[in-house]
Design a protein around this ligand. Structure first.
Ligand code: NAD
Length: 262
């Protein structure tokens, strides 16, 4: 079966990558593209051969599933519109807050929804490796995550860095929100045992780099991932789109799509 896909944000970096990745695939077909008023492509000129509209309801109606790499407010609006249609979704937008998460949770109670801060195979493997390392090493080894992204990235730290830090917290058996440290500035004192630090670097056109550090006495482990093309995220999201159509309602992760979930 070919899943009919509505792409949100086709004028964006990831939206264009999704349109590119869909070309030549038989498991998905792009049938609609939705962007905000004023975005490139809404004047009738095609982006990657697809003409975008601002009519979210019509775009969702024409499709089996929508793929969303936009911004938190757009993701919230799309999820609310999709609730009425019980539409399957693949959501990759990061920097979401509790209100955005509530809208996604409501949609996931009615339709199957894949949510992932990172759709690459390598990062999803890294999540498992980081959790395992934290389990084995324990909080005596100081754990830190450093991420690097292009200068246009809006949210910080990256959703992927947060997912890695949460995986480390899970490996330590602790609540992440009690041990997190996002950046350091001023007289912050000595590093408390068990803290999990996350630092963000921004510059140039870096697609995405993440390293999980584990510092032990006189030795350290680094588990890293470098993305050199958005193609990996786009291909992963389209694989998720083909996978999610027809599933029972619920919130799924990329680990479910890849068959890694225990
Ligand atoms: P971008 O700024 O290049 O593109 C954003 C797109 O969303 C544009 O087309 C824009 O017009 C559209 N948009 C923004 N606000 C909108 C609104 N209110 N209504 C309708 N459309 C709106 O951003 P990007 O680099 O493509 O990243 C988009 C999101 O995807 C970010 O949150 C980023 O962190 C995330 N991302 C996720 C992954 C992953 O694997 N999950 C990978 C890369 C990027």
């Amino acid at each position: 079966m070919t899943a009919r896909v509505c792409v949100l944000g086709p004028s964006g970096r990831m939206g264009r990558a999704v349109l590119d990745a869909a070309a030549g695939r038989s498991d998905v077909k792009i049938v609609a593209a939705i962007d905000r008023e004023g975005a490139l492509g809404l004047g009738g000129e095609a982006v990657r051969g697809v003409i975008a509209t601002a009519d979210l309801g019509a775009g969702l109606s024409a499709s089996d599933v929508y793929v969303d790499f936009t911004a938190p407010d757009a993701t919230r609006v799309a999820a609310r519109a999709a609730i009425a249609q019980r539409k399957a979704a693949v959501i990759g937008t990061t920097g979401l807050d509790a209100v955005d998460d509530d809208a996604i949770a409501e949609l996931a109670s009615l339709a199957p929804v894949v949510v992932a801060a990172n759709f690459s195979l390598g990062v999803n493997l890294l999540l498992g490796l980081a959790r395992k390392a934290a389990e084995v090493l324990g909080p005596e080894w100081d754990a830190e995550v450093v991420e690097v992204h292009h200068r246009g990235k809006r949210d910080s730290p990256s959703g992927t860095a947060l997912a890695i830090a949460r995986a480390i917290a899970a490996g330590h058996g602790v609540d992440y929100d009690r041990v997190k440290r996002h950046g350091r500035d001023g007289d912050v004192g000595a590093r408390p045992r068990g803290e999990i630090g996350v630092s963000a670097v921004r510059g140039g056109d870096v697609v995405g780099e993440h390293v999980a550090y584990f510092f032990g006495p006189a030795e350290r482990i680094e588990i890293g991932h470098r993305a050199s093309s958005r193609t990996i995220f786009a291909a992963g999201a389209l694989r998720a789109a083909a996978w999610v159509v027809g599933r029972p309602p619920g919130r799924y992760s990329m680990l479910d799509v890849l068959g890694f979930a225990s």
